[in-house]
Design a protein around this ligand. Structure first.
Ligand code: AMP
Ligand code: MN
Ligand code: MN
Ligand code: MN
Length: 284
């Protein structure tokens, strides 16, 4: 089932496989009305996507997915309806880019030692010019060597915490990410809460921390998700009086995850597009 609203996806401005134009065309072909572009620590894909959707029924929502650290876990905070020219936001992006480049080089060195010649250069070759490099880009490079059957395998053996090429990074605090999203006029959303493999107690503590920091919504519906998880997250929205978002987190051609795929919202939640900051974009 394809829904008309998808508020989380990636272009090749970060670790997505498709250009912003191709993402917009894909969304139009699938009949979407609203799509947020939420690249990792980067807003470079938004304008091209907006221009490509100009004469269609599709509205592109400017967004970002910011990497943060909370109690040692890497937590992603999505910002929706941001002013992507905001100085506070661009300053943060510049800082994150330095950290990401240092980390990408450190991962590259580890992979070189493991026998993957020119790992960083080849990873960058497969990305767009100036793209923000994530472990997702490295996973794609590793799969292209023919030594891994899937990005999952590349993650499990090399890139995930404890993997042979893992490099730890201390990202900014959840609070700082929320503050900057709010300063840029946007709505902070806790991305894919079930993917952090936190205990329920810890997840509730994270949501309390996020809400205290100005967090407004929780991503409740995502493409690849059990009905139990969706219900659980909807109940958390009720419990903490938060709005609900939905996003495929689409990166590349995949049977289970695609723009708008399987993103129905439970009846009990109040969608994030009812927020006053979203009114400029969501017209009907
Ligand atoms: P980073 O922000 O550099 O730590 O990279 C995180 C990105 O890696 C995520 O946004 C995903 O695109 C990708 N990723 C994380 N875990 C996996 C996995 N198990 N398989 C494939 N891609 C993954
Ligand atoms: Mn990614
Ligand atoms: Mn994420
Ligand atoms: Mn994402």
């Amino acid at each position: 089932m394809i829904e008309k609203i998808d508020l989380h996806c990636h272009t090749n401005a970060s670790d997505g496989a498709f250009s912003p134009k191709d993402i917009a065309l894909r969304a139009i072909a699938r009949g979407l009305r609203y799509l947020a572009i939420t690249d990792h620590d980067c807003v470079n894909g938004i304008k091209e996507a907006q221009e490509s959707a100009k004469d269609s029924n599709l509205t592109i929502i400017p967004g970002i997915e910011i990497s943060t650290t909370w109690r040692g876990a890497q937590i992603h905070i999505v910002g929706l309806c941001i002013d992507y020219t905001s100085k506070a936001l661009l300053d943060l992006i510049a800082r994150q880019r330095v950290k990401r480049e240092q980390r990408a080089q450190a991962i590259g060195l580890k992979l070189e030692k493991l026998g993957f010649k020119d790992a960083l250069a080849k990873t960058k070759e497969q990305a767009s010019d100036g793209a923000v490099i994530t472990r997702g880009n490295y996973a794609r490079f590793l799969v292209s060597t023919g030594l891994f059957s899937s990005t999952d395998e590349a993650f499990n053996k090399y890139l995930k915490k404890g993997g042979r090429a893992y490099v730890n990074t201390e990202w900014i605090d959840v609070k700082e990410a929320c503050e900057i999203i709010l300063l840029s006029g946007g709505i902070p959303v806790l991305a894919h809460p079930k993917r952090y493999t936190l205990t329920n107690t810890k997840l509730r503590a994270l949501i309390e921390y996020f809400k205290e920091a100005g967090g407004i919504a929780i991503e409740v519906s995502s493409s690849q998700q059990s009905p139990d998880d969706r219900r659980y997250l909807a109940d958390l929205c009720t419990r903490y009086d938060m709005l609900a978002s939905c996003g495929s987190d689409f990166h590349t051609e995949n049977r289970w995850r695609d723009l708008g795929l399987n993103l129905a919202m439970p009846d009990s939640v109040k969608p994030v597009w009812t927020h006053k900051k979203a009114q400029e974009y969501f017209k009907d």
